[in-house]
Ligand binder design. Sequence first.
Ligand code: FMN
Length: 357
Amino acid sequence: MTPNEDANLIQELFPWVSTPPIISAPMRGVSGPELAVEVSKAGGLGFIGPGLTESSLELNLIQAEKLVAGISQFQKLDVLPIGVGFIVWDSVLEVALNVILKYRPSAVWLFAAREGQKDFDLWINKLNEVSPATKIFIQLGSVTQAIEAFKSKSRPDLIVVQGSDAGGHGLKKGCGLIPLLLEIRDKLDELSYSLKIPKLPLIAAGGIAEGRGVAASLILGASGVAMGTRFLASNESLVAQGYKNALIEAEDGGQNTKRTFLFDQLRGTTGWPKDYNGRSVINQSVRDDELNSIPFEENKKLYEEALAKGDQGWGFENGRLTTFAGAEVGLIKKIEPAAQLVFKVREDAIKCLHIAL
Ligand SMILES: Cc1cc2nc3c(=O)[nH]c(=O)nc-3n(C[C@H](O)[C@H](O)[C@H](O)COP(=O)(O)O)c2cc1C
């Protein structure tokens, strides 16, 4: 398959999405309905992230419904043209099902199940029962997980391949997107042939911030691309201005971001399955922990003091607050409207693909 034919698979599932498909990843407390709808309006697929409270899920979907009402390109759809993300280990299936049944988002994105594929199977079966039109994405970070998902009776509709450069949480023992995507593509194609089961579209995630990364991902065998960190630095993302400023300031992501458990411990967002940690910009909290060996309780106290400073609490030199971001953070130079980002990334990717083909 050529990259462009492959990318058309997504358009069959989400007819308003232009090629190459650009997806804004669900990010907890960061990607709300405004961001998701702006991305979808621009011909991408926007996801709402898990809310900070249980009730925020429904409130976000009510808001998304209002935002898409009357938009002509969405009028004939019988689903909401956005998706919703769930962190499976931390979500209540019944709550999710009630809301999905009521609002019928076009997609659900599942991530980080404590019992792996067993939990995903349960969620996929129930979600398919309540809303067959809702397509299921699962985000995975290893070849083994991808094979399990592919062979499972309750297959997802799409697999998001998350490379270890990704911002936020992911597998502690990860792999860069290039070898991961290639090995998964090859293994799943072999299985599709030997087991005579249909192929599944793969979505590339982790380290992509602009058109060149999108074009490369399509050539590597992805049908679309999901970006998180790039959309964090958009007008519509819900993070504080201080966080956005820290993203613009950060460069050389290999040196200045790292995967760590520290921020979950400092924020009290513990409980993640033990093989997950999160990539964040390195700041004074990390340096105090690793270089200055200050006791954890002292570091936590300083973290709480930084929280009280608001926007001043972020930043490379003196900042301490959690700044989840991918290794591509140095490619992000300004905060832009999400729709503009989608148009620009898509246009640049098309130019790169024309050069490549
Ligand atoms: C701030 C932040 C929050 C995230 N929250 C979630 C989440 O709630 N659920 C999820 O499936 N992935 C989450 N992710 C990971 C994304 O789904 C995606 O894998 C990642 O952003 C892709 O890498 P990139 O940031 O380099 O684009 C988050 C990422 C970031 C940066």
